[in-house]
Design a protein around this ligand. Structure first.
Ligand SMILES: [Zn+2]
Length: 105
């Protein structure tokens, strides 16, 4: 027996696709899609949304609550070194390349 959740997209049930049509002639509806539980969707938004569009619609609708979960009040920084190295392109012509190297702290 497979388990599923209903897609959390706020307007999933309004998309005009064949796989959302349910009911008999005269009383048909567009229904929210089921999202099957799969190994590769565990711990990702694909476990709760049928598409990127539904995920984006949910995130846009609830953005204030989402940001309140982990507010960012200051910028984060990653220590780096910037080095210039001479290398060659696919024709063997030399050119200078800028590399950003992460510094272990
Ligand atoms: Zn959906």
């Amino acid at each position: 027996m497979s388990s599923f959740v209903w897609c959390h997209g706020p307007s999933c049930h309004t998309s005009h696709t064949q796989d959302r049509i349910r009911g008999v002639k005269g009383s048909k509806v567009l229904r929210t899609k089921k999202v099957q539980e799969r190994t590769w969707t565990r711990n990702s938004f694909y476990a709760y949304f049928c598409s990127n569009g539904c995920y984006n619609a949910f995130a846009n609708k609830h953005i204030q609550e989402i940001v309140a979960i982990a507010p960012r009040t200051e910028a984060l920084e990653t220590p780096i070194d910037v080095v210039r190295e001479q290398t060659t392109d696919w024709r063997g012509n030399p050119y200078m390349e800028t590399k950003i190297l992460t510094v272990d702290s």
